[in-house]
Every structure is written in C-alpha cells, then in structure tokens.
Ligand binder design. Structure first.
Ligand code: F6R
Length: 344
C-alpha cells in the first residue's frame, strides 16, 4: 500500500527514515555466525547485480579500511569468468534485495561447486538465495515495490556498517541514530533538489563524481538517473577526471560532485574547479557550501564520516524521482525493466 504517497518509489524513499535503523538490528546468533565465517575465510569475494553490486563495492572498502580484511568484488553477471579459484576456505558474500536474481544465483552455484561457503544479505528472507546460504542477514526493510532499489540499498549499507563495526571491534562511532536524523532532514528539505531537477530537465549528459566511498554512490546515482529519468548518466571516480573525462566537460554538461567534508574533500573541490573552468554546471552534494558550486544540495554533517554514503544517496534518489516526474516517466515502473531479473 502506498498510502498517502503518489508512487511506491516516493514512499520507499521516505520509508528510509525508519528502515536505516531497522536494517541494522539483527539477531545476535546469526550476526555472530555471519561474522565468524567471514573472519576465518582465506579469501572473500563479494557479489551482486546493479544497485546491490554498489553495496558490494562499499563493503569491500569498509572491510579494507576498518577491518584490514581483503576482499574482491565481482559483478554477478561476470562471475562465471572470474570465480574460478575458490575452495572450501573461500567465502562468497552475495548481496540481493530479491534473492532471486539469476546472475546472483549462478555465482552462488559456482561457489558451492568449488566447496566455498556462502553468506548473503537479502531483503526477501524466503528467497532462493537465503535458502542457499550458510548464513544470511536480513535488510528487514519490508517489501520494495518500486522497480528501482531505494530502501533496500540503504538497508544493505546499514548491515554492512554493522558487520564492519563488529569485525573492527566497535571502531566506528556508535551513534547510529545519527544517520536516521540525517535522512529525515534531507527528506524534509527537498527544495534545492527540486530546483536542480528543473534545471536538468533537458540535460542529455549528467556526470557524477566522487572519491573513495563516494565513488560507488556516484555509480548508484547514475544508475537511478538512467532507470528513472531515462537520461545518460555516468559515475566517475573523481581522480580519473584528468585521465579522460575532462575532455567531455563543456557548457550544458551537468556534473554532480559528491563531496562531504572528509579526507576526500579538498581533492574533489579541485576537480570541481577544473570542471567549472570548462563551463559545465557544477552541483555539490555536501555538508559544506562552496563558491564553486552553481547549486548546493546540503546534507547534514556526520560525526562518523564512513556513514556518509547512506545519507548522500538520498538526494540522488529524490533527484532521479523528481526528474522522472518532470519528464512524465512513471518512476515505479521504468520501461524495459523488471523488479526481479530471474533470466540471464
Ligand atoms: C536498480 C535495480 C537493479 C537491481 C538488480 C539486482 O535500481 O533495481 O539494478 O539492483 O537487478 O537486484 P537484486 O538486488 O534483487 O538482486
């Protein structure tokens, strides 16, 4: 039931005020089993498709930075070419909202055939993936009806943070309620996002740039814009700008910089200047205003900077939704796409 909302997608974006908190709650025994299998693995592969693959990228980063644990990410659709050297000491972590994505289930089969353990993060706990796993964590965010993944993504991130925090023995700042408040704030103050959507209505190319943890969010924002608003959008690691993409920057190009105040801030600001000098329109998603931004979408400041992805993706979801409306596209049922991709 979408209740008072015009679309399921809008409802599900709003649901995130609560689901980012619920997702983190997990029964103790399952959490312990999941973390023990992960911590004792010889090698770890993390897989998923689409949005769930973007969670995989963040998981890898979190494990490396805070857990000093090395993991490799593999897109599920590429797994048949990449997952050939597993054994009984390997672990595959599969991330999937539906738990029914054919590519993901294929990667699980491949891992099992090589004797590896399978862990998963799912939203549908009765799914094939949950049943095939040695242990699974539930994102616990209720049914997601809109074709575009929204609350299941932030639910996956909340779990990833909890697992990481456990593996690093509580090295993350503990105030998890903090990001729930931040999500609430962004949802309550959408005027700047709607203004940007109006500006972008006729854009043919939108680029999203970020470094470190913000790069997967750039990819995720680009995916949302493609799916919902049918516009060419591309996520780029900001440091790669000078290695090619700078050649694309000109008047009428829109560039969204995902740039909260963390260790990546100054370098990304420098990139913004390089882009602006070529006449492109620069939009900053940040907790700090800067003159280089033509438009500033404010996000709240967080004490734990590792949590920014969960907060900064919200304005991108809202932007894609608003742009879909501005272009008369149905945000709940994008053309050519299915909610659960059970075919190869
Ligand atoms: C993006 C989207 C898809 C899914 C992908 C994986 O908004 O909905 O990219 O993320 O098809 O689906 P699950 O997570 O169900 O395996």
């Amino acid at each position: 039931d979408k209740g008072k909302y015009a679309h399921y997608t809008l409802k599900e974006i709003n649901d995130q005020r609560l689901t980012v908190v619920h997702a983190g709650r997990q029964d103790e025994a399952t959490m312990e089993k999941f973390c023990n299998i992960l911590a004792s693995a010889k090698d770890i592969y993390i897989t998923g498709s689409g949005t769930s693959y973007h969670s995989a990228l963040i998981f890898k980063h979190m494990l490396a930075r805070f857990g000093k644990i090395r993991a490799e990410t593999v897109m599920s659709s590429e797994s048949q070419y990449a997952l050939a050297s597993m054994d009984s000491n390997s672990v595959l972590v599969a991330i999937s909202q539906s738990g029914e994505t054919a590519d993901v289930l294929d990667s699980v089969r491949l891992a099992k055939n090589q004797g590896a353990n399978v862990l998963s993060i799912v939203n549908v706990t009765t799914s094939s993936l949950a049943r095939a796993s040695d242990a699974y964590l539930s994102t616990n965010c209720g049914p997601e009806i809109g074709v575009a993944a929204t609350k299941s993504f932030t639910g996956q991130l909340a779990l990833i943070y909890n697992v990481t925090d456990r593996l690093c023995k509580n090295c993350l700042e503990t105030e998890k309620a903090e990001f729930a408040v931040a999500v609430e704030n962004i949802i309550a103050n959408q005027a700047s996002i709607i203004k940007v959507a109006e500006q972008m209505k006729d854009a043919s190319d939108i680029y999203l740039l970020g470094r470190s943890l913000h790069y997967p969010i750039a990819l995720e924002g680009a995916l949302k814009l493609k799916e919902l608003a049918y516009v060419h959008a591309e996520g780029i690691a900001a440091g790669e700008l000078k290695h090619g993409p700078l050649a694309l920057m000109e008047k009428n190009t829109f560039v969204i910089m995902i740039n909260p105040r963390d260790a990546t801030f100054n370098d990304t600001i420098s990139n913004a200047h390089e882009i602006k000098a070529r006449g492109a329109t620069v939009i900053g998603i940040s907790d700090r205003k800067d003159d280089v931004y033509d438009y500033w979408i404010e996000i709240p400041h967080l004490k734990e900077e590792a949590y920014y992805p969960i907060v900064e993706v919200i304005p991108l979801q809202i932007l894609a939704y608003q742009l879909a409306l501005a272009k008369n596209a149905d945000p709940d049922y994008p053309r050519n796409l299915a909610k659960s991709v059970t075919v190869r």
